[in-house]
Design a protein around this ligand. Sequence first.
Ligand code: NAG
Length: 386
Amino acid sequence: MSPTRNFIVRLAALAGVLFLGFRYLVSPSIPHRCPGSTSSLQAPVHNPPHHDYILTTPRLTPRANATFLIFAYNADLERTIRTVRSLEDRFNMHHGYPYVLFSPEPFTPEFKRRLRVLTPSPIEFGLIPQDQWTQPEGIDGPRAQVVREKMWRNKARYMSGKVWAHEMLAKYKWAWRVEPGVGLTCDVLVDPFVWLDESGKVVGFTLATKEDEKTADSLWDYTKDFMTHYAQHLATDNSLAFISDSRGQEYNLCSYLSAFLVTDMDFFRSPAYSAFYNYLNTKGGFYYERWSDASVLTLAASVLLKRKQVHLLEDIGFQYGAYSRCPKRANVWENGRCACGQSTRFNDGSESCEKIWKDFMSLADRFGPPPAPPARAEGQGILKGL
Ligand SMILES: *[C@@H]1O[C@H](CO)[C@@H](O)[C@H](O)[C@H]1NC(C)=O
């Protein structure tokens, strides 16, 4: 570049800077006029200078005695945030239900800060006591598993039993269990807590799937033993026929998805459920066989509750990994502004137990509960009174 051209370029740049500076100084005094209006208006403001421009959602008083229940590790922070955002946006901003989060490790200040900013609802962060979390004494040491496996098993046991008695949950009747990673795909138009409560329901499930066989090896045998020894706790007109295609002989592995389940916790604190959980807990299967909380809760609900106390929440659209459901009814899908397609959902697939549930319920509605199976020589009276 020649010295003359260099000089001209610099001069042009200087002129440009001076021009822009002049415009900046002068422009605030130039009134902006709207076409067709005689009064001068302010320019649109994108960064409101006063705090009273900031919109806040009104705080609401929850209608039901209920809370969200989330089990999360610190490492789940980002997924937990996405889940709570989704619950807030699609449901809770209109209802104001509180949250209770649990972990066996103390939540970090950063974890709490990042969650508290998402909602005006109260959030409590609970620590699971070590003695309730870890493998109980008497469980065979040599069979100890790798750390991740151990954590899974500790969690399955804790979320089947001790969680319901935790002081942070004791003040609520209903819990909506939500696993980090769950996202709502439709607005929830009807408050499920209120609806279930007013309809006399105890469990509201969103999906039922076939469990891995590993999770239930001897669980069914122990459940049958329990039914023999604790017949006083069994409900008549229960949903045993939903989980067993052979009148209580075999378990078909159907279980409610525990990652997204609405439950009346008073049931899980009842003498009937406590007897069931305590009986199973003495058998060690949470550790030896990888029993899942989903199977345990499902078996309990299927034999200890009347079938009409369990309800399939069909109108809730959600996604959780490979699991999903999308409302079928056109008005629910449209009014719920659903982001899911109705045709390719898990709930209709071969691994889903939805058809079994619906067939069972409609048959029982028409013909009453299935007859008790013939008495067996071994374990007589297992199904007495069913
Ligand atoms: C909410 O439910 C719990 C458990 O049933 C109960 O102890 C508590 O008194 C209830 N609170 C209100 C305000 O009804």
